[in-house]
Design a protein around this ligand. Structure first.
Ligand code: FEO
Length: 405
């Protein structure tokens, strides 16, 4: 099939972006990607021409077209796979078939993962060790393992001659754009989308992020261009994005509460309003997330820098609303830390939802400030005052926790 000629973007002397822009994707394994994304691949025009990562399989022609705008793809000597998740490795079999590189390089776990995804490739995968280096002739690539960021195979590649760190998922975001650098895009959008990415992809691995931050600091790499596999490259705000990752990884308590709830006939919603009122009286910033109109990944993003998670649900068929099961299952998997909170909800006759939610919050490590508030059918004034008092108690506890830092 004829392919439109597409251009590479020069990132710095000898390094080109040859990735793909996915304007239409709205769901990335359960995470709402409302601004689309990019799959970044980079061509290093060293003596030994090197392709760092590939793109999601349907974008093979786009990547090849961009490569052709710089060089004959057959001139590619070395293929580096920093991360074997299919959004980056999906094109590896076709690329290896089309290019026949002399060398395919991955971490030891990456070699195993590539085999488990694609079977034998037409070319041996050379495993590289943490701190290992290969020569590209006039340049070198050095590799550092970043296990579990985002998969066990993950590593980053450093090109010292150009001060470029290819960081695969690290420091990325889902943001489709034609601009390739952080200083070409609105910074507030970048911080928000970077936070969404961290909350929805990296949050469970926060202890490892902190370890990586320490390792990078020890290595003291001289990085002038930080090239993730999603979103823009960082050249003006490298310290800003690394600092934010460290801060998100620490998840220290803050004076912010996220109230997540669903409602059947409006009773639990009225209780939510009263809880929020109590929180606001205690000088807590509130983000109210009704599940009828809130996506789970937006909730995860709000939880990222919150100190409290307060959850409300009516009881239906002896259970919380199914929307709560979706949201809490998702949040539990993301392993948020250092949260305080509580549960509330209305019921008709048995009223198990609050207890079940409290158990789930407990399993997530959320500290419960008190027993939850339950109310029969419709909250009366006393029930609403109880909800307000619950909000105040959560606020008081948050102030204590924040002052103790
Ligand atoms: Fe962008 Fe973990 O893959």
């Amino acid at each position: 099939m004829h392919t439109e000629p597409m251009s590479a973007v020069k990132m710095c002397d000898g390094v080109y972006w040859v990735g793909a822009i996915d304007w239409g994707i709205r769901n990335f394994h359960g995470y709402s990607t409302h601004r689309g994304t990019t799959y970044n691949a980079f061509l290093v025009m060293a003596d030994r021409v090197t392709l760092v990562d590939t793109v999601k399989e349907p974008f093979f022609d786009e990547m090849m077209s961009r490569i052709r705008s710089v060089t004959d793809p057959a001139s590619i000597d070395t293929l580096v796979s920093n991360h074997s998740e299919m959004d980056h490795s999906g094109c590896i079999p076709r690329t290896v078939g089309a290019v026949s590189p002399d060398r395919i390089v991955a971490s030891k776990n990456g070699k195993k993962a590539l085999f488990e995804h694609f079977g034998e490739l037409p070319g041996e995968v050379e495993p590289v060790s943490d701190g290992g280096e290969i020569s590209l002739g006039d340049m070198n690539l050095r590799f550092y393992e970043t296990k579990m960021l985002h998969w066990p195979d993950s590593m980053v590649s450093f090109l010292p001659q150009r001060k470029v760190l290819f960081s695969q998922d690290g420091f990325g975001m889902h943001l489709a754009s034609t601009e390739r650098f952080d200083d070409q895009l609105p910074l507030d959008v970048l911080w928000l989308e970077a936070a969404r990415y961290y909350a929805n992809i990296l949050l469970p691995f926060s202890p490892l992020v902190l370890r990586l931050a320490g390792k990078l600091s020890e290595l003291d790499l001289d990085v002038e261009l930080l090239c993730p596999d999603h979103g823009p490259a960082w050249r003006e705000n490298i310290g800003g994005i690394i600092g934010r990752w460290a801060s998100w990884a620490r998840q220290t308590p803050s004076l912010k509460a996220v109230v997540v709830y669903d409602s059947m006939w409006g009773s639990t919603e009225r209780m939510a309003r009263a809880v929020e009122d109590g929180l606001v009286e205690s000088r807590i910033a509130v983000r109210s997330m009704p599940l009828g109109s809130s996506n789970r990944s937006d909730i995860a993003t709000e939880v990222l820098d919150a100190g409290a998670l307060v959850v409300g649900s009516p009881t239906m068929n002896n259970q919380p609303f199914p929307t709560l099961a979706d949201c809490l299952t998702y949040l539990k998997g993301l392993k948020p830390r250092n949260l305080t909170g509580a549960a509330f909800g209305s019921y008709g006759w048995s009223g198990e939802a609050v207890k079940i939610i409290e158990e789930q919050l407990g399993q997530m490590g959320v500290e419960l400030v008190s027993e939850g508030v339950r109310t029969l059918y419709v909250p009366d004034r006393q029930a609403l005052l109880q909800c307000k008092s619950l909000g105040r108690s959560i606020g008081d506890r948050l102030h204590e926790l924040c002052e103790a830092q």
